[in-house]
Write a protein of this length. Structure first.
Length: 348
């Protein structure tokens, strides 16, 4: 066992512990451990009784990947007050990087995907210690054309930055913040703020002080003549027969849904349900109600669709505010803009 927790709650490596006058315990099972030396002269910790950590968490601690280790070392460069693998005894949890301050700052680097439940559990525990918590994913998980569940789960929110996402490239030694992320967007053309922060000494000051410049993503839109083919494919796909039935219940069919919904391949950071389904169902409800498009109308329709389990909002473990108002506003502006642009009227 290469590391243990000392009396001060800090993770200490065995090679550094021989000179310390301290007692140590296992960071997983909390049992006392002692420092030993191998025949080759290498120090290690050993349990006095059999360890309770013969599980995935214990194995992960012992065999942590090189990318994760490198990422944590880069995060620690943000301030002289940083400590790696800091143990928090009050919540029985070790954090990747801890910054002493008022309030303290917790940084977590996720090189691999974890469950939404575990992410939420750890985040809520951290919130009992400090409000300043940043979860940073490996940049390989960033996608600009199709939002993944993992991207949604690692969304943060800040009044000045809006919805934002943090990614690290440990090879280039940079942290990238995508901020002011759109709630509903077309992958063919969308914008956000992007800031590239070199992970050098004192990088945390730049991270908390500055906001990046405009950044855009563009790709080709679906040709207008291919839209009927796309609609027909959805209509004939057994996986979407429930949606076809729901449209029928609303008194319409997929053929009557505006073409622009299928031409732009919509995405959302805050909604799990495919956006063509969301926009189609909302349009169908508007058509049936024969009501003009207002934020209040959209809100009522969205609440109904969520309660009927026809739309599933994203699970956002790191965000403590309801996204419903933001989603309603985004839906309203999206529908209004494209209805006017395509000279389509709903609700009359």
């Amino acid at each position: 066992m290469y590391a243990a927790i000392d009396q001060a709650g800090q993770l200490i490596y065995a090679q550094e512990a021989f000179a310390l006058q301290s007692t140590f315990h296992c960071p997983v099972c909390q049992q006392p451990v002692i420092l030993k030396r191998s025949r080759k002269g290498n120090y290690f910790f050993a349990h006095l009784v059999q360890c309770q950590s013969d599980n995935s968490q214990g194995r992960q601690l012992k065999g942590e990947g090189a990318i994760h280790q490198q990422g944590k070392r880069l995060l620690a460069l943000g301030s002289v007050n940083s400590q790696l693998e800091f143990w928090l005894p009050t919540i029985n949890q070790q954090v990747d990087c801890w910054y002493h301050g008022e309030p303290p700052i917790i940084l977590e680097f996720q090189n691999s995907v974890i469950s939404s439940h575990l992410l939420s559990q750890r985040h809520q525990a951290y919130l009992s210690i400090t409000p300043k918590i940043y979860w940073i994913a490996h940049l390989k998980y960033w996608q600009s054309h199709r939002v993944s569940t993992w991207q949604r789960q690692l969304l943060h929110y800040h009044p000045d930055w809006g919805y934002y996402w943090l990614g690290m490239d440990e090879k280039k030694r940079v942290l990238i913040r995508y901020s002011q992320l759109p709630i509903i967007f077309s992958p063919q053309s969308w914008y956000c703020q992007r800031e590239v922060i070199p992970l050098t000494s004192g990088w945390l000051n730049q991270f908390e002080r500055q906001l990046g410049g405009p950044y855009s993503f563009k790709s080709k839109i679906l040709a207008q003549e291919k839209v009927p083919m796309t609609k027909r494919a959805y209509q004939q796909n057994p996986a979407y027969q429930v949606v076809m039935h729901q449209l029928h219940e609303a008194g319409t069919t997929i053929d009557r849904i505006p073409d622009w919904i299928f031409q732009y391949q919509w995405q959302s950071f805050l909604i799990e349900t495919p956006m063509w389904m969301v926009l189609s169902l909302v349009c169908a409800r508007l058509q049936r109600a024969k009501r003009p498009i207002t934020v209040m109308t959209i809100h009522q329709i969205l609440i109904a669709l969520v309660n009927e389990k026809k739309i599933r909002l994203a699970t956002l473990p790191l965000i403590q505010r309801s996204p419903l108002e933001d989603i309603c506003s985004a839906l309203y502006h999206c529908l209004l803009f494209y209805m006017r642009k395509n000279d389509t009227i709903i609700g009359k």
